[in-house]
Design a binder for this molecule. Structure first.
Ligand SMILES: [Fe+2]
Length: 140
């Protein structure tokens, strides 16, 4: 094995072990969830739905994007047994960012910059270990 390949594999292994620092057996629901009535979301649905906000475009043409898990002031909890373990962000259907989160010490939040030129749609998916995967879409 070449030295460069060995270093790459070591880094991948390190990143993987970090991503799974929590007890993976606590992830008991990976079902894609939907609101029963999108016009009248329930409190539990609002708590899991990612809120996508965009900011200013910078000098290089990238727009600020923030994803907070929870809407209308209802923030999803982060405890040892119940937390958002991952958030994915897609731009025009392509994955552009992902954050892996630890229970208790961090909570459902992602921030990044996305190229504004040609951007039509942002989609975020928040993954709760107990209550499944929740999606939201923002037309830009
Ligand atoms: Fe939850």
């Amino acid at each position: 094995m070449k030295r460069r390949t060995a270093i790459k594999l070591s880094l991948i292994s390190l990143a993987s072990s970090y991503a799974m620092a929590y007890d993976k057996s606590k992830i008991v629901n990976t079902i894609k969830m939907k609101k029963k009535d999108p016009e009248k979301p329930e409190k539990g649905e609002l708590k899991h739905t990612p809120d996508i906000t965009v900011g200013e475009v910078d000098a290089k043409g990238y727009i600020s994007v923030e994803v907070n898990v929870g809407q209308e002031g209802i923030i999803h909890p982060s405890t040892e047994d119940h937390w958002i373990y991952k958030i994915e962000l897609y731009a025009n259907g392509e994955k552009v960012a992902q954050v892996d989160l630890e229970p208790s010490i961090s909570r459902g939040y992602l921030a990044t910059k996305v190229k504004k030129n040609g951007l039509n749609e942002l989609r975020a998916i928040s993954c709760c270990n107990l209550h499944g995967d929740w999606e939201n879409v923002l037309k830009v």
